[in-house]
Design a protein around this ligand. Sequence first.
Ligand code: SF4
Length: 411
Amino acid sequence: MKENTMKKLQVLADAAKYDVSCSSSGVNRKNTGRIGSSSVSGICHTWSSDGRCVSLLKILLTNYCVFDCEYCVNRLSNDVERASFTPEEVAELTIEFYRRNYIEGLFLSSAVEKNPNHTMENIVKTLLILRNKYHFSGYIHVKAIPGADEILIRQAGELADRMSVNIELPTEDGLKLLAPQKSMKKLFLPMNQIKEGIDKSNYQLTKYRNAKKFVPAGQSTQMIVGATNESDLSMLNITDKLYKSFSLKRVYFSAYVPVNRGNNLPALNTAPPMLREHRLYQADWLLRFYKFEANELLDKENPNFDTNFDPKMIWALRNINEFPKEINNVSLQELLRIPGIGMVSARRIIKQRKVRKVTYEDLKKIGVFLKRARFFLTCSGKYYGEKNLEPEVIKEMLNPKARFEQLKLEI
Ligand code: SF4
């Protein structure tokens, strides 16, 4: 590899590490005389539309940016090392890495160089070179740049497997504060264009077998957690809206890592809110697979998740009057709302009920986490929780440390 390309790769792979809208491995391991080594940036993993895990070359096309989002390391006002790849260079690099078996696909993001159309044109050119010149049919995930012409978004959608528009902050106020050149309207526009393209292609595929596929692995986005003081409720409301309005495949959350000083930003020594990010992922799971609504998990009186307990447990404790549930009578959806019962164990319970009644002993074998579930269920009318169903008592039994921490805060 040419020295100049290697240098660009270092700069632009490092600049891409804050984008988690494709799943990333984030491993950093030196070669210590064994076979192979890995780097914290540059290669990440994701899942293709058919469920395979693929490794991707993860880079920015450029980190020159005309925008000045306060939270971003690549913002216009930062004095950082800058570089830009040409579309041909990205395509060559991808093919070279693919031939050496380093990667199976490409995740190509970009800052906004000159203007949105110029940047999006270069992304489309890269896709055209890879698909038409090199006949590369591996997985490609690209960014849709808000503000770019619809025709460019459409061209990219016909060539890429997945696209994403990063929303970054959950409210208009948050954008005004930290990214005033962006707005919800500008961010939603390309998301809607991608959704319409996907819907149209899905419809045509039901009629014509050879109809063109459009973004077959769907679209995703990312939101930063903790850059502003917006609540988990705001984050979850917009997440719910994005799934419902734009049929997003995934919303990724990224705990804010302070890289810049700024009057509106958390201090540079603020630790990334990893536990909060984890709770948001748990809630996102409940929205996508357990049919919870955002307003069931949080409301104005409780706008943030309790970091001591997972969102499903907190929901159950707040709705304690709905419990205990008789394990042998309730529906799959009701089973899924019992803390300690997941999708696999709920399905096993339903399967076993067809043969005979499920006993408390069975639940252990089925994989139910009884330490949590026993407060919320009965088996053939028998209740196995040791105490009464007072939420505070249950909390104390599940996590005695949580109360101690609460007391410390109150003193
Ligand atoms: S547009 Fe993107 S790359 Fe540019 S400053 Fe904003 S977040 Fe950073």
